[in-house]
Write a protein that binds this ligand. Structure first.
Ligand SMILES: Cc1cc2nc3c(=O)[nH]c(=O)nc-3n(C[C@H](O)[C@H](O)[C@H](O)COP(=O)(O)OP(=O)(O)OC[C@H]3O[C@@H](n4cnc5c(N)ncnc54)[C@H](O)[C@@H]3O)c2cc1C
Length: 264
């Protein structure tokens, strides 16, 4: 969790918004205080409209940090995301952040980071990749989607792809791709898996990490309200080694959790 006093609620200007696919946009927001404090895995909660429709803010991962700006990768799936994607340059939105915890990249016990993502789950990976690379870690991206159009590699490097329909890369899901690649990847040193995507995919990743005794972290999604632990809208059940099943608030104790907590 970022220091409480580094969380700000500010009016940020949309510097640029560009479509990268039929449903996905990269939105650049000028918000110096958030850009300065953000860590990979953090998210922001955006009031996408100045009216009460929609009433609640919408949470988005920090995709990239560039100077005083942050980039957000948004998939339009409903009224909030659609309004956000349609914001013209020069317009403003209220942004609360940075929120949530972050990926643990400080551990010395891994040399290679496997960034495994599916669909819009690729959103937090660019900021993570850049931060890992700056620390001298080797990074490999395994990216999955239903078909070629769903792959959101963008500026990510060292990417391998999995598609359900075989239209790009490995035919199958991204966890099966990991299974296929693991022996080779292990030759390059100890690996740690960082994953984000649909919760079903993350459960499969967690199970695989446990079976293979791999260190792993997963960034979960849930419907979310306030983003700061007040509304209890984002409670998620996890399996802790000490206490068994426990409910956590994803906005405060997540969105990143140890993969072990999701393995069943
Ligand atoms: C920590 C976090 C980080 C996120 N990061 C990103 C990101 O970087 N880019 C991005 O495009 N989206 C991200 N999301 C998801 C995004 O917040 C939702 O897509 C958005 O709130 C939907 O709003 P809407 O008004 O467009 O659609 P709504 O009308 O609110 O929802 C449309 C449909 O999607 C479902 N839905 C809504 N939110 C979620 C969710 N979080 N998980 C699963 N299903 C959901 C609803 O139940 C409904 O069926 C993130 C969510 C969380 C919790």
């Amino acid at each position: 969790m970022p220091e409480k006093n580094s969380i700000v609620d500010i009016r940020a200007t949309v510097v640029q918004s560009r479509r990268i696919s039929s449903t996905v946009s990269i939105i650049t927001l000028d918000c110096p205080a958030i850009a300065a404090a953000a860590k990979p895995g953090n998210f922001i909660n955006v009031k996408v409209s100045d009216t009460t429709l929609p009433l609640l803010r919408r949470p988005f991962s920090i995709h990239n940090v560039r100077g005083t700006c942050i980039d957000i990768m948004v998939k339009s799936i409903g009224p909030g995301t659609s309004l956000f994607c349609d914001k013209p340059s020069g317009s403003t939105v209220m942004v609360l952040g940075p929120l949530g915890n972050c990926f643990d990249i400080t551990a010395k016990e891994f040399d290679t980071a496997i960034l495994l993502s599916g669909g819009i789950g690729t959103a937090p990976m660019l900021f993570l990749e850049k931060t890992l690379a700056a620390k001298g870690k080797k990074v490999i991206n395994l990216i999955g989607g239903q078909s070629k159009e769903d792959l959101l590699a963008g500026e990510l490097s060292n990417c391998r792809f999995a598609t359900d329909d075989g239209s790009e890369g490995f035919k199958g899901n991204v966890v099966e791709l990991l299974q296929n690649e693991l022996e080779n990847l292990k030759k390059e040193g100890n690996v740690k898996v960082f994953a984000c995507g649909p919760n079903a995919m993350l459960k499969a990743v967690a199970k695989f990490c446990r079976e293979q005794q791999l260190a792993g972290e997963v960034s979960l999604e849930s419907v979310m309200g306030c983003g700061i632990g007040i509304c209890y809208g984002c409670s998620v059940e996890v399996n802790t080694p000490d206490e068994g099943l426990r409910t956590i608030l994803l906005c405060r104790e997540g969105p990143v959790i140890n993969a072990e907590l999701l393995a069943v």
